[in-house]
Design a binder for this molecule. Structure first.
Ligand SMILES: NC(=O)c1ccc[n+]([C@@H]2O[C@H](COP(=O)([O-])OP(=O)(O)OC[C@H]3O[C@@H](n4cnc5c(N)ncnc54)[C@H](OP(=O)(O)O)[C@@H]3O)[C@@H](O)[C@H]2O)c1
Length: 222
């Protein structure tokens, strides 16, 4: 089974970014070098890294290891129609990337993705990407650990499916004040209802003036 850790930065008012449409990269401005190195070390210690298509569209992330030693994890993006921006970094920088699409993706969209060097496409799911199916495909490729860096809808789906083994939150000491900014979890169009899940604090520490808390599912710690 692929062990899934989520890693998110949250403002003190519980937001994933400073406003609607803003990139969560703006929150990186509040980082110091020590935190940045730790953060990239978390990436390096996982076989794969995943964000949702929404995050690729808004943040255009690199998802590589740059501020720590270690290998780049395999980058994974669920994108139902395979319609990521053609100029996004993930499709153009030549590092290995796996795009998961659903049956909604046209053959043309899939072929265009497959034509990119180092981009692999898997098809799983009807409307949205079937995340358990994607995990099985990753496991078949030897992926044992996956770090998920958001955003709200992908995190919501993973929680709804009970797939998460560990939560890491970086508590960025700012208040965004932006009511419409995305919150930690948001159900998408077809999002299932979340039920209560209880988590146990595993670790609490500070780096570069930012508190970091990690949590394990309560039942797994008994
Ligand atoms: N602070 C942080 O730690 C952090 C980290 C990352 C992102 N963010 C912020 O989060 C926001 C983006 O969040 P978001 O909710 O719009 O996007 P998201 O969660 O990154 O991506 C969601 C999209 O992924 C695709 N998808 C395919 N299958 C899915 C499935 N089974 N479950 C969920 N999604 C699936 C869907 O797009 P298609 O319909 O195209 O398939 C869906 O709309 C941005 O503001 C970004 O800055 C913050």
């Amino acid at each position: 089974m692929v062990k899934i850790t989520t890693l998110s930065e949250l403002t003190l008012d519980g937001k994933l970014s400073l406003g609607p449409g803003a990139s969560s990269k703006d929150l990186f401005d509040f980082y110091g070098d020590e935190l940045r190195a730790w953060f990239h070390g978390q990436r390096a210690s996982n076989d794969a890294i995943m964000v949702g298509a929404g995050t690729v569209r808004s943040d255009d992330p690199e998802l590589t290891v740059r501020h720590a030693a270690g290998k780049n994890p395999l980058r994974v993006v669920p994108c139902s129609r395979g319609d990521l921006p053609t100029d996004c970094r993930l499709l153009n920088d030549g590092a290995p990337t796996l795009i998961a699409v659903s049956a909604l993706a046209t053959e043309t969209a899939v072929e265009a993705l497959r034509a990119r060097p180092h981009v692999e496409v898997v098809v799983c799911g009807e409307d949205a990407v079937d995340l358990p199916g994607l995990m099985a495909a990753l496991e078949a490729r030897g992926v044992r650990s996956l770090i998920v860096e958001g955003g709200s809808r992908l995190l919501h789906s993973l929680h709804a499916l009970g797939l998460i083994s560990r939560i890491i939150i970086k508590h960025i000491p700012v208040i965004s004040g932006a009511e419409e900014a995305p919150t930690y979890l948001r159900s998408g169009e077809h999002g299932a209802r979340l039920s209560l899940s209880r988590w146990k604090l595993e670790e609490l520490f500070a780096l570069s003036g930012v508190a970091i808390s990690t949590y394990l599912p309560l039942e797994a710690t008994a």
